[in-house]
Design a protein around this ligand. Structure first.
Ligand code: ZN
Length: 297
């Protein structure tokens, strides 16, 4: 059956769902919501693939090494009442390539990218950023090789757009997103991209759209009081929007404070429709079509 909505980025593969992942997934599928579980290190990438393989339809995987896991450090998500440890992993491209070859349900490379918001305290910030960029480029190379779209994580340092600006530079240098290719670009196509959990300015969103990128919005739009989400949604063409939950994090209203889950993507869709002044059914139809096109599902 065709999905009503697609949670394009979620983590039922995480510990938070260890005891009830099957119930959570079934609840989501029963409500017409498909999902892509994203891995953030090798272990959670493998778990995402295993979950996807357990279902015939509607559950897919993305694999990657998240920038937060490049160094060993304590990561405090105090606004979510959680914390975890950065794994300090090296990106083993052969291992990821092998993982991808094991399942046709791996539909994207992600979430990889740049995170300048929570830098490990014990390492020189420039060294960390350099490492993040190198690993980001490795992911792009792998994505091109296996012909999968990019699911990009990008979080700038407080009050800036720095990481977005660097992602744009890397995309322009390493991805041929348009023909004719930009000057200095490497040959070879990437199979599309999206910016997951977009929290940048409307101007930055337009820069990604210009390059053929989808903007992924989540529960943040239901509780953002800064006005930035309004601006982004207002100016974003519906054809370039996709929806996600990033569960277990970023729980949308009215369930703020509880664990998030894929079926809650409907609250994101409802809020998006309200902000844009269009019918929820239109949001469901177009964002689902966008996600199916990008991820070929
Ligand atoms: Zn995520």
């Amino acid at each position: 059956m065709d999905p009503k909505l697609i949670d394009t980025h979620t983590h039922v593969n995480f510990q938070a769902f260890k005891s009830d992942s099957d119930e959570v997934i079934q609840r989501s599928l029963d409500s017409g919501v498909w999902m892509i579980n994203a891995g953030t290190k090798f272990e959670t990438s493998r778990a995402a693939v295993e979950l996807a393989e357990n279902y015939s339809d509607g559950v897919y995987a993305a694999v990657s090494l998240h920038p937060i896991h490049l160094f060993e450090h304590h990561v405090d998500i105090s606004e979510e009442g959680r914390s975890f440890n950065g794994a300090g992993e090296e990106f083993d491209m052969d291992a990821y390539r092998d993982l991808i070859s094991r399942s046709i349900k791996v539909v994207a490379i992600g979430e990889f990218g740049l995170d300048y918001y929570r830098l490990p305290k014990n390492v020189d910030p420039e060294e960390i950023k350099q490492k993040q960029k190198e690993v980001m480029i490795e992911h792009i190379k792998l994505a091109r090789e296996v012909n999968k779209p990019l699911m990009i994580h990008c979080r700038p340092s407080e009050g800036t757009m720095d990481a977005y600006e660097d992602v744009l530079k890397i995309l322009d240098q390493y991805c041929v997103l348009f023909s004719p290719p930009r000057e200095g670009a490497m040959s070879g196509e990437v199979r599309g991209f999206e910016i997951h959990c977009f929290t940048g300015s409307s101007d930055i969103a337009q820069e990604f759209v210009k390059r053929g990128g989808y903007i992924a919005l989540n529960g943040i739009i239901t509780f953002d009081k800064s006005g930035r989400s309004d601006e982004v949604v207002k100016n974003l063409p519906l054809e370039w929007a996709i929806l996600e939950t990033d569960a277990p994090y970023l729980t949308p209203m009215p369930h703020r404070g509880k664990r998030n889950e894929p079926s809650y993507v409907r609250y994101v869709a409802e809020k998006f429709a309200e902000m844009k002044g269009i019918e929820p059914a239109e949001v469901e139809r177009v964002t689902t079509a966008n996600a199916r096109k990008l991820f070929r599902i």
